[in-house]
Design a protein around this ligand. Sequence first.
Ligand code: NAI
Ligand code: MG
Length: 444
Amino acid sequence: MKLSDLTFNPKKCFIGGKWVHPASGETIPLLNPSTGEIICEISRGTKTDIDLSVTEARKAYEGEWGKFTAIMRGRVLVKMSQLVLEKVDYLAELEAIDVGKPLKQAKADAIALGRYLEFYGGAADKIHGETIPYLDGYTVYTLREAHGVTGHIVPWNYPMQIIGRSVGAALAMGNAIVLKPAEEACLTALAFAEIAREAGIPKGVINVVPGFGEEAGASLSSHAGINHISFTGSVKVGSLVQAAAAGNVVPVTLELGGKSANIILDDADIEKAASAGANHCFMNTGQSCNAPTRMLVSSENYERAIAAAAEVANSTIVGAPEDEGVKIGPISNKAQYEKVQRLIQIGIDEGARLVAGGLGRPDGLSEGYFVKPTVFADVTNDMTIAREEIFGPVLSILKYETEDEAIDIANDTEYGLAGYVQSGDESHAKDVARRIRAGQISIN
Ligand code: NAI
Ligand code: MG
């Protein structure tokens, strides 16, 4: 990937259909996590740029975009989807250098972005209200309408996927949007603006302002001119965003963290289940909100599961996105790398049994934010590594005696995003799944 291949100037924001320098005149260095080197400078957007974006979005919403029929919105989204799919390799290279994802994963993410836009494009003219029986002489019906101007704050772990589902849905309904990508990874957000323009989205419908969370992000979430905000990221910032939105009485959609349990039942194929669980936990270098980070195994099958998970950790190839056979890349940024190292140290200090990986970089990697895929056994649910989201390739394996105990451990968490059950018997798995208090449960 050469910077000369970029179809936009990364030092600019995209506001009102134009590439403009941020009001601050300042930039933020964007680092390649595989080397720690600067890729390029990105704009340091602040309140002034957010204000301008909201004004431009409002104009679009009240103007040309507001007059688009649902069918027209659907078509432009489908056009965007086609352009994304034509540019999968380009987008994947941007995401790979910026986030550190292996090219295969980055490609899958680009395809997912295309698919989200296609899905929402198809949905645009199929979202409708209801008629409601009421008193004689009344015809009561509901209409599904846009919020108006929506704000979207996106993190660095899956920029394209999160943009696809958050912005895609908002555009399908006719909202005009202001997008604040993460300061650690924003190249594909900028490329997305360029693609939207190419697809014929009117000016002002999509505005992209890179910048720090405390500056551009906080200005967006507290802006009186937005009508809805969607946020994906940490619990701490999610609650700040929610409070800021409450100040303007606007609704929020939050996707925060997880510490999801993966219950391996005794009737599962233990080795297969433990390997699949470990692989899933390490995917995207563990930087997934729904990662199955707490594996629960009965005392009877405990050591077998540990051996299988350790085997996965020891054979997972870690490296830069373009390296041969790489399964997982570096951690995406320095702060996150330090957090993962700190939590591995805490796991050791609190007495968990380290069975694979550990502190430091994998052999042969002397620079970049690379972490060893790590497995801790003998983790108890009160340990920090069982309670805190690590957001790195670190698996905790816990022991249970009875199924009831497994379910209690699974539910003993502050989170509730996802859950996993593995079993050889589908109805058994469904019964256990039903008892896990989480938003999304996967079986086998
Ligand atoms: P973060 O929550 O600080 O960042 C996410 C987004 O929010 C970024 O675009 C950032 O610029 C923005 N932001 C930060 N402060 C803000 C503020 N005051 N107002 C408005 N926007 C703000 O997450 P961070 O620091 O990158 O990662 C910390 C932890 O959060 C991770 O270790 C992980 O546990 C969790 N996380 C979860 C994600 C998920 O997919 N659910 C994604 C990223 C992080
Ligand atoms: Mg942060």
